[in-house]
Design a protein around this ligand. Structure first.
Ligand code: NAP
Length: 283
């Protein structure tokens, strides 16, 4: 069997077109969805990420503001900026790019964002809303994975999903979202014994580890859907995921590539969340 490729670029494009249409409709009611992105310091990867987020906003017709600060910005000054954005009616979503410099308590900063503007979904209130199945913002990367799974036409109800990784930003929310979609969920992590025994049972596998070749072909049930969140470099310096793509695609039913799978979805879901934050004002 050769797996069908889940084209993250195509799914993202479709969603962004819908965001642009809904944004245009909201503008007729006098509301332009606005995202504020705060970058502290000079981390090169962070600069690339925030650039993509701002550009994606512009392309979809959203208002965006990029605030850049030197690495020596004080925690108090950052908290004051977040509070000002909490009060700013032109801003519906606030994103503080992580990581922050070591002298700033990232948790404190994230908790200072109004939950109504927490479009990254990292606030404890957002995590709690996901856990209890109440309205809130789903964090962008796992939410994007759900959209990719839905794009296959698969009904997750009753399926066995195995999530490899239990980080607060990917693995745990991923598992909760799958649970909310009525999958039966197993979470694996670094202390899991015999990972292969778990993954071989899975109809859906989400790999979010950060180590290439974590999932190999002998660990996958024929026909399973494989979502690869990992972003790593191979020996040639090329971007690769956690999955041995070349061999797993011969066993899986559906698979995401890296790049071109989960990556484009993260920014897309940020747009979706920002739009929804604005739409809630008129709902
Ligand atoms: P993380 O915080 O480092 O978490 C990694 C998780 O993998 C941990 O829960 C860890 O278990 C688990 N793990 C490590 N070794 C393992 C093993 N041998 N077997 C099973 N589980 C193992 O990383 P993250 O933030 O979740 O990110 C994971 C990957 O996704 C990274 O490559 C990251 O770059 C990528 N990512 C991509 C996007 C995107 O937009 N495409 C977004 C976010 C993250 P313990 O908890 O026991 O340590």
């Amino acid at each position: 069997m050769t797996a069908q490729i889940i084209d993250g670029n195509a799914v993202a494009k479709q969603l962004r077109t819908e965001v642009a249409q809904r944004t245009a409709a909201l503008k007729t009611k006098g509301i332009t969805p606005g995202l504020a992105v705060i970058l502290v310091g000079e981390d090169p990867a962070s600069k690339v990420y925030v650039g993509k987020k701002v550009q994606a906003c512009e392309e979809a017709g959203l208002h965006s503001v990029l605030e850049r600060y030197e690495a020596d910005l004080t925690e108090a000054a950052l908290l004051a900026r977040v509070e000002a954005l909490n009060q700013d009616p032109s801003i519906h979503g606030i994103l503080v790019q992580l990581p922050l410099p070591a002298h700033i308590d990232a948790h404190k900063v994230i908790e200072s964002i109004s939950p109504a503007k927490d479009v990254d979904g990292f606030h404890v209130a957002s995590a709690g809303a996901l856990m209890t199945g109440t309205p809130g913002f789903w964090s962008c990367t796992p939410y994007g994975c759900i959209k990719l799974l839905e794009s296959t036409g698969m009904d997750l109800r009753g399926k066995h999903a195995v999530v490899i990784g239990r980080s607060n930003n990917v693995g745990k929310p991923m598992a909760l979202m799958l649970l909310q979609k009525n999958a039966t969920v197993t979470i694996c992590h670094s202390a899991t014994q015999n990972l292969k025994a778990h993954t071989l049972q899975a109809d859906v596998i989400v790999a979010a580890v950060g180590r290439r070749d974590t999932l190999t072909a002998d660990m996958v049930k024929p026909g399973a859907v494989v979502i690869d969140v990992g972003m790593n470099r191979n020996d040639q310096g090329k971007l690769c995921g956690d999955v041995d793509f070349a061999n797993v695609k011969e066993v899986a039913g559906w698979i995401t590539p890296v790049p071109g799978g989960v990556g484009p979805m993260t920014v897309t879901m940020l747009l979706v969340n920002t739009l929804e934050a604005a739409e809630r004002l008129v709902a």
